[in-house]
Design a protein around this ligand. Structure first.
Ligand code: ADP
Length: 255
């Protein structure tokens, strides 16, 4: 059974005693586990047709390169973008499900954080056309971390910065090194987050509800996953934000 409680542990006569209130949360926990299994199963099943669809689009796009049908070429680019978007969502759900099952492993290697940040910003600049993504100073520091997962944290922070900012604004990415940690920051000129929400945004499935965000799609899992990844590296993630002015997300990794 699962229990949750508030109280104190005391050591008396060679034994440990708990004084306080305990709640039996077994049913809630089993409910959460069933929901998590369901999300994992659905996401896994959706991956197969999506992979086929992606393959078909790639083959059709390659064939279209040799044709001069502008309408079809445009339609194919749009289909490709939508398949990529769906794939990111499904992978997000799969990762949440794996995380809850304790199946997300951190596989560390040595890599240069400057090269990684450069790669991510260059790639995002190809698809983000309505915002300026600028890489400010970033020293060529070698870190010992899971490259793919840190890649997804940085990509997620930049994608959010773009998603929650008006067109033609700038997203600045930079890295700062201190004696024992490296801090990556992503700064935007967007809608910002009110102080009462700055802690909650890292919770699973939490999304700020406001007239500014209701038209922006998402499931509230990106920051939850990012926070878990950073914490599993022994790092920290946080945000400084002012409504209507913008936000700066930071995460640090120990060196
Ligand atoms: P999603 O963007 O899919 O909803 P996230 O977990 O990435 O999920 O973000 C959780 C919430 O935090 C978002 O719904 C949004 O309300 C808020 N948020 C995240 N990044 C920003 C940002 N750069 N500026 C303003 N709000 C943000």
């Amino acid at each position: 059974r699962w229990v949750r409680g508030i109280g104190t542990m005391q050591h008396y006569d060679g034994k440990d005693f708990f004084t306080g209130v305990l709640h039996d949360i077994t049913e809630r926990k089993q409910d959460e586990m069933r929901k998590n299994d369901f999300i994992g199963m659905v996401s896994h099943e959706l991956k197969t047709p999506l992979t086929s669809l992606n393959a078909i689009i790639q083959v059709a796009s390659a064939k279209l390169k040799t044709s001069d049908d502008a309408f079809l070429a445009g339609a194919m680019t749009k289909a490709n973008a939508q398949v990529k978007r769906m794939s990111t969502m499904i992978n997000g759900f799969l990762n949440v499900s794996r995380l809850e099952d304790g199946k997300i492993m951190i596989e560390k290697s040595h890599f240069n954080i400057q090269e990684l940040v450069q790669e991510i910003t260059e790639e995002l600049k190809l698809s983000v056309t309505n915002h300026h993504i600028n890489l400010f100073k970033c020293a060529p520091i070698v870190v010992y971390a899971d490259r793919d997962k840190i890649n997804s944290v940085i990509s997620n922070l930049i994608s959010n910065a773009v998603k929650y900012s008006p067109n033609n604004t700038t997203v600045k990415v930079s890295c700062a090194v201190t004696e024992n940690e490296i801090t990556v920051s992503v700064c935007d000129e967007g809608i910002g987050i009110k102080p009462s929400d700055t802690e909650k945004i890292f919770d699973r499935y939490f999304r700020v509800e406001s007239s500014n965000t209701c038209h922006i799609s998402g499931f509230g899992i990106g920051l939850y996953l990012s926070a878990e990844i950073v914490e599993r590296h022994g790092g920290r993630i946080w945000v400084e934000s002012e409504p209507d002015k913008g936000s700066t997300f930071y995460f640090s990794l120990p060196l």
